[in-house]
Design a protein around this ligand. Structure first.
Ligand code: WTA
Length: 651
């Protein structure tokens, strides 16, 4: 039996949440199970500022999703920014909406709700002047500056669809996304700052847009004094675009199911999937989960140190917190700059009460020693969150004991880009926690484990994690590729949403996530497809074939390893080939892939039908015993590869 940690008294006291006791949790869970439509309609009405209130809950189901995407509240209309901004002008106009902490320690600024509202309206007017209209797409390629949030909200003000691309992606990855969504405008910075170093954002945009003519304008926010090239007629400075522009801007009326954003995520093949989140369901769900899970209180200072390039930044830096009128912190730097005390300095300086990060950061910081934590006053903290990958019990204990000094509850939140918001999690004032477990489903979430024959496992067990019923925050489709959406998530187990994760449920119903069971790997909390890395590797002229797979890594969870088979007759020195392949991945996928380990091998293990046996490679590298796959063409290959992997320090 796992050791359970009860909720510290301090976390329970003073809660204003609708769910603050186990009984209330049960009551909500049962109500949402008995009548999901009614439950979510109530939430939608209470949380969203509607132009026209909806009367409909869910339409469609997982069986019919191929013919008709599911929808929620589909007869309602709204503009999301009225919930996130205008509504707060009544009682919270002078409350801080965003605290921005710059890369350089000690440099920060704040924006009140009134200021944020004005900035969003001005920038929305500027975008409209540049021709951006409802339903059109804008790519946001920025670092962690408030202008990134302003740009997202300004798009939403116009009913335009944004797609934020993480600043660690390369020009090619950016170009793929610009093309896939047909972006009319790209919003970027002359330069970003991270960990004391510059990020050449505008230069990457220029490379991405060479010979791309769909993009009409590039808006450039000036973050530093570094000069950048400007293309006459196309490029516009942000400050010029908003200069003299009115700060009043009509909030365009949108249907509940109009797309709010597209966010690209890795698939098992190379091409990223543009997941589409729609407006009202997403807003309802992020507002609900942000309040309930973290037990948000009016005076909280909430800090999620993710990046807006990922879904966590969308849902829990921007949309959820702003819908709830919270003070949300945006952090431009890294946990290790200038030293491993940076997060705790942030907490001390801004009196952060809720802190949300990823296990990879927790592990990296734990490895640096406790003194970096203890040097800072953390008495303001009440709730600590983690997201992005399973948290190992040691890291959990360190977070609980050292960072939180046993006074805070830890919410290990499981969710995905596809789910829009948190699904499995402790509720801060309610749930007894177990290190390494995302514990229980939120009301309205119905997880099941399926076995190899697609039967539901009742009671404790281990299987494929699926969801049995839709909820409002779920992604509705893949941009212009609904078939791919259906094939990826709804064809493996008809009638269920398949998460791609394996999981296990214990006697008390607590869920433990075992990780991905497809070709998606998690590197430092970033989701990457081995397929996209393989494509980049295979584009090297000397490579005949290759396999890329993830191996366990203590700090980063997983790192990708590449095995290459060279074409016959290649005479280039192998060391040169390896470094060229590494550079290619950096160029085509981006530094985010952390692709450094490559071995050249004579051949790859395959099935008789010619499929590369990736799972065997993974197990070999991780040093796990496994039966030789019965379909393998030639078992002797495994021994050859073991030696190659040992050369890299694995197996
Ligand atoms: C993994 C991030 C264990 C999981 C919000 C999922 C987790 C993938 C947890 C989604 C957690 C996320 N415990 N695993 N608390 N949270 N994951 O789309 O494999 O970037 O499928 O969304 O991260 O990653 P994504």
């Amino acid at each position: 039996m796992t050791q359970l940690f009860s909720v510290p008294d301090r976390v329970k006291q003073g809660s204003t949440s609708p769910i603050q006791t186990p009984d209330q949790y049960r009551e909500h869970y049962l109500r949402a199970a008995a009548d999901p439509d009614q439950y979510w309609l109530e939430q939608a009405k209470a949380r969203v500022k509607w132009k026209k209130e909806p009367t409909l809950g869910l339409a469609g189901d997982y069986h019919g999703v191929a013919e008709e995407p599911i929808s929620w509240f589909s007869d309602g209309t709204l503009n999301l920014t009225e919930t996130c901004l205008d509504e707060h002008l009544k009682e919270r106009a002078e409350k801080t909406a965003i605290i921005w902490e710059a890369d350089e320690p000690g440099h920060s600024k704040t924006l009140t709700y009134r200021e944020l509202h004005s900035e969003v309206c001005r920038f929305a007017n500027a975008l409209r002047e540049l021709g951006l209209q409802k339903g059109e797409r804008a790519i946001i390629y920025m670092g962690m500056v408030p202008e990134a949030a302003i740009a997202m909200l300004a798009c939403a003000r116009l009913g335009a669809i944004h797609s934020v691309v993480f600043g660690g992606f390369s020009a090619e990855a950016l170009r793929d996304r610009v093309r896939d969504c047909g972006a009319k405008i790209v919003i970027t910075q002359n330069e970003g700052r991270r960990g004391g170093k510059p990020l050449a954002l505008k230069t990457v945009v220029d490379q991405a847009l060479t010979d791309e003519h769909v993009v009409k304008h590039v808006v450039v926010f000036k973050r530093t004094d570094t000069e950048v090239e400007f293309e006459e007629g196309r490029d516009v400075w942000w400050h010029d675009a908003v200069s003299g522009v009115s700060d009043s801007c009509e909030a365009v009326e949108c249907a509940a199911e109009d797309p709010l954003f597209i966010l690209y995520t890795s698939g098992s093949t190379g091409k990223p999937k543009g997941l589409v989140h729609t407006t009202a369901g997403y807003l309802t769900y992020t507002s609900y989960t942000h309040e309930i899970v973290f037990d948000l209180r009016e005076e909280d200072v909430y800090a999620c140190v993710a990046d807006v390039g990922w879904v966590t930044g969308h849902s829990y830096i921007v949309y959820g917190p702003l819908a709830n009128g919270a003070t949300t912190l945006m952090f431009e730097s890294t946990p290790l700059y200038p030293d491993a005390g940076r997060y705790w300095n942030l907490v001390e300086q801004h009196k952060v009460t809720i802190f949300y990060t990823a296990p990879t950061a927790i592990r990296a910081l734990a490895a640096q020693g406790d003194q970096f934590v203890k040097g800072h006053d953390r008495s303001s903290l009440r709730v600590l969150g983690t997201v992005g990958e399973p948290i190992n019990p040691d890291a959990w204990r360190w977070y609980y004991d050292v960072v939180g000094e046993g006074r805070c509850n830890i919410v290990d939140t499981w969710w995905q880009t596809e789910t829009g918001g948190i699904c499995l999690t402790p509720i801060a004032p309610v749930t007894e926690t177990a290190p390494g477990s995302a514990t229980l489903p939120l009301p309205g979430i119905f997880p099941v484990l399926l076995d190899g024959d697609a039967h539901v496992i009742r009671g404790p067990g281990q299987g494929k994690l699926c969801m049995a019923h839709p909820w409002p925050g779920q992604a509705r489709t893949v941009w212009e590729d609904h078939d791919r959406y259906v094939a990826t998530y709804f064809s493996t187990y008809p009638g269920y949403y398949f998460t791609g994760d394996g999981g296990c449920i214990d006697e008390q119903g607590y869920v433990y996530i075992m990780g991905r069971i497809d070709d998606v790997i998690i590197v430092s909390g970033h989701n990457l497809s081995t397929g996209s890395i393989e494509e980049a590797v295979a584009s090297h002229p000397a490579v005949a074939e290759c396999a890329v797979f993830g191996v366990k890594d203590e700090l980063r969870t997983q790192v990708p390893i590449g095995l290459l088979v060279l074409k016959c007759g290649v005479e280039t020195d192998p060391v040169t080939i390896v470094s060229e392949v590494v550079a290619l991945v950096r160029e085509k996928v981006g530094p985010v892939a952390n692709f450094k380990q490559v071995a050249i091998t004579k051949r790859l293990p395959k099935t008789r039908s010619g499929k590369i046996l990736r799972s065997a490679l993974r197990k070999l590298a991780d040093g796990v015993d496994f039966p030789v796959p019965s379909t393998i063409d030639d078992p002797a290959i495994l021994e050859e590869i073991r030696i190659d992997l040992q050369g890299l320090g694995y197996a």
